[in-house]
Design a protein around this ligand. Sequence first.
Ligand code: UDP
Ligand code: MG
Length: 337
Amino acid sequence: MFTAAVSAEPEATRPAPLLSVVMPIYNEQEALPLTVERLRPILDDLGISYEVVGIDDGSTDATPALMQKIHQDWPEFRIVRFARNSGHQAALTAGIHRAFGDYVVSIDADLQDPPEKIPEMLSLAREQNLDIVYGVRGDRGTDTVFKRRTAGAYYWLMRKLVGKKMPNQAGDFRLLSRAAVEALKALPEHQPVYRLLVPWLGFPSGEVVYVREERVAGSTHYPLSKMLRLAIDSITNFSAAPLRLATWLGVLSFVLCFGLGVYTTVAYALGKTVPGWSSLFIGMLFLGAVQLICMGLLGEYVGRIYSAAQARPAYFVGYDSAEGRSAKSAKVSEFVA
Ligand code: UDP
Ligand code: MG
């Protein structure tokens, strides 16, 4: 799907590299230079052909200019720019869909995932013929207690949903083989949550343990609201269990109401009628709450059906340096979902 190459050295006609490193980047002007400084020697020392796919997720600071500069003195650094901020998972999707490599490693741009582990992942995959190598966090000592607790709860729940195949504490730092990438690309999901979909594939996999480092510069773009969003997306993308929860809540409230009904009838028969205001009021509140919860859960799914029916793309690519297109002509975005 290459367009005519216009640059002196047509990048698109190069053979596919062995390794692609996919990196979502959003407002990382402080961290990115440090990341590049550490990543480049590691990749150069591998002695293989590689590309780094930097996904600029609609940055509004100096990041786009910085990336352009990096691309100039590091030709292997490829730029894919989103027209607007679409989120970390959408950036990952774009990277995985567009990477050319036989192996694709996804990594954060803030050096929380140590790039030194990439060679280890690659040699493990090649030696043991694995399709997936998870980066597993051995120690979250540098994360806040709150982040550790919420992450712990998230992984516990996800293991319940996806099953034992899901490695504990595996984030988005992982290696995928071309076969795994093609399998993921074939999935119809519009908003894939890869940390669940990849274990679901069930391809031969291995693990590399690493220590989650502190963010090298700048601050997190994952506030509580986005963390909750990811958890809700993960659950509703993967399971209808919450709908069943709504049913069970309904059954429970029915039983409670029945019990209250019996109590009221007996009290009436014994002539012990009390004003009953409090029990009525509590019952009303309780039912109101249950109904609201059920409606909220249904809404999650209805919303999902709605967006699937709309078939909106998860992201728009404005520019891809590997395709040699100008940012302007590329505004007519293709639909990649
Ligand atoms: N990121 C992104 N789009 C966003 C938010 C974050 O592409 O809307 C990138 C960010 O630049 C980083 C990675 O996703 O490379 C992880 O984000 P961050 O470090 O803010 O999250 P945390 O590590 O705190 O969970
Ligand atoms: Mg981070």
